[in-house]
Design a protein around this ligand. Structure first.
Ligand code: F6P
Length: 540
């Protein structure tokens, strides 16, 4: 089975497209107007993609004939689209108004509302000093412990919305199971003014539990009060019993729902550490931006639908033009954590090779996502993007207004962003390079020696996502945009985007390694290479 069946001509057209120039596509009048779209305070310009109107139309027709509308409805209405775990996928309902929650969740909507109210109350109480530490002090710091989906959303929100931190609380995150990370965090924390938020949907994640144990020991040793954990810790988990067994007070455990996947959970109580930094009002604005994108996604014709267009163009690049990667380049210091966040949402969701029914797929799925804040990437990996044979489609993200008062900096930053998308598309031919060198007064010998080194392949497609300024609402819209793009691609690739069995084998083998470190005679499946490495660790 092929992804794009023959009748659509999509694969045939893509083969031809590989050889044409993106720049030449601008000969069509109104290309920029036609290949751009607005939604939820975001403007997407996709005119620098290597695609024509009719090719995009055939992709839209193909998506429709593959039941995309029905699939979107199935997700929003709570069908169990996560078929391997038999779960609905309803993170969208968390940012919807109460009447939508009631329509989709029925009785459970009340619990969701109560959790939201509880969360907002915690934020107010901590901020106003009504909720105090075990020694009666006002909290100055919050430490969020969690990993993967219980970490990345908070991290991206904290850095993106730094100008909106208004509660006076400093919020820190701890994810990696590395003692050095723990020690580093503790250098800046005082036990009797630190509130801990422990986030683990399963409450079984090795890294999170070990970090939580270390922080608990530190706090108990510092405060000499067994009751401190019950007073100063909150947990967000769907495993309330385990959280209580850890020492948390039942009233300090906020639920996570099994219909919210970890990497889509920022909108739930998992967002508590972020809300503690930016306050309830801004947290609600974040959700509002995401909700606006949800509505746009559900209601807009595919030809003007931002997530659908981004998804289809991504598939055109991945499966039609056979490009392997996707670079995400926010020209915004505040969005420096976004590439890491998207690596998880995209690659953990769509990094699969069997269909929902378990059949091997004949097509490639998620691209390799990477990126960095601009302009830093320009002085690093972007050399390869300009001059290697690898074509790497790119998403540029930039705000027209910066958040600092250094206007000149922002002008230079934005100029570099616009220049890079242009440079990646235009490239430089040998003839252009030769001419340029001649204009610079170089001799013919020097021109011959240098010209090839100065050529750039160009023809690299890109999107530019523009906003006025990076507000909580815009951030919500950006995250929801990518969530839906990932959903559309997963649905059309026919995979389950909402499980992540790939992480299990490593978890299982790490237990074996630990067992071998304790006793070299236990039965194991390790290769001689790993056995020697383990021996080196034991003998250190
Ligand atoms: O990386 C695997 C994963 O299961 C993610 O999907 C999840 O977000 C993360 O581990 C943390 O899981 P938990 O919230 O259960 O600790």
């Amino acid at each position: 089975m092929e992804l794009f069946n023959k009748k659509t001509n999509i694969s045939k057209n893509a083969e031809l497209a590989k050889k044409r120039s993106i720049l030449a596509l601008f000969d069509t009048p109104n290309r920029v107007d036609e290949f751009s779209v607005n939604a939820a305070d975001l403007y997407l310009d996709y005119s620098k993609q290597n695609i024509t109107t009719s090719e995009l139309e055939s992709l839209i027709t193909w998506a429709k004939s593959n039941g995309l509308s029905q699939k979107i409805n199935a997700m929003f209405s709570g069908e169990q689209i996560n078929n391997t775990e038999q779960r609905a996928v309803l993170h969208t309902v968390l940012r919807a108004p109460q009447h939508v929650k009631e329509a989709v969740l029925g009785k459970e909507a009340k619990q969701v509302q109560q959790t939201e109210q509880r969360m907002a109350q915690i934020v107010d109480d901590v901020q106003q000093g009504k909720l105090l530490s075990s020694t009666g002090k006002k909290f100055t710091d919050v430490l969020a412990i969690g990993i993967g989906g219980s970490y990345y959303g908070i991290k991206v929100g904290l850095s993106a919305l730094h100008p909106y931190h208004n509660t006076g609380l400093k919020v820190h995150v701890l994810a990696n199971v590395d003692g050095a990370a723990v020690t580093e965090k503790l250098e800046n924390l005082t036990a009797d003014t630190t509130l801990v938020v422990l986030i683990s949907k399963t409450f079984t994640t090795q890294e999170t539990l070990l970090n939580a144990k270390a922080i608990k020991q530190w706090m108990l040793a510092e405060l000499q009060d067994d009751g401190a954990i019950a007073k100063q810790w909150f947990a967000i988990s769907s495993n309330v019993e385990k959280a209580q067994a850890f020492g948390l007070d039942a009233s300090h455990v906020l639920p996570m729902w099994d219909w919210v996947g970890g990497r889509f959970s920022l909108w739930s109580a998992v967002g508590l550490p972020l809300a503690l930094a930016i306050g309830n009002e801004h947290f609600n604005e974040l959700k509002e931006g995401a909700y606006q994108m949800d509505q746009h996604f559900q209601e807009t014709d595919f030809s003007q639908n931002m997530p659908v267009l981004m998804a289809l163009i991504g598939m055109w690049n991945r499966n039609g033009l056979s490009y392997q990667s996707l670079a995400v380049l926010p020209y915004d210091h505040a969005l420096r954590a976004l590439p890491g966040y998207l690596q998880q949402t995209d690659m953990e969701s769509n990094g699969k090779s069997v269909s929902k029914q378990g059949e091997k797929l004949n097509w490639r799925t998620a691209p390799i996502v990477f990126g960095q804040e601009g302009t830093n990437g320009q002085h690093a990996f972007m050399q390869l993007m300009h001059q290697s044979d690898e074509i790497i489609p790119t998403d540029f993200i930039v705000a027209l207004k910066g958040t600092s008062s250094l206007d000149e900096h922002h002008k230079v930053l934005v100029a570099n962003c616009f220049a890079q998308s242009e440079a990646l598309m235009q490239g430089k031919t040998l003839v252009q390079a030769e001419k340029e060198l001649a204009n610079n007064g170089l001799s013919q010998d020097e021109i011959t020696r240098l010209a090839a080194h100065k050529t750039m392949k160009g023809n690299t497609p890109s999107n530019t996502l523009l906003m006025q300024s990076l507000t909580p609402k815009c951030l919500g819209a950006i995250l929801a945009l990518y969530e839906h793009k990932i959903f559309v691609q997963g649905a059309l690739w026919k995979i389950n985007s909402y499980d992540q069995w790939g992480v299990e084998l490593g978890k299982h083998l790490s237990e074996q390694v630990l067992a071998l470190m304790a006793d070299s005679t236990v039965e194991h499946q390790m290769s001689p290479s790993s056995v020697k490495l383990i021996k080196a660790f034991v003998q250190k």
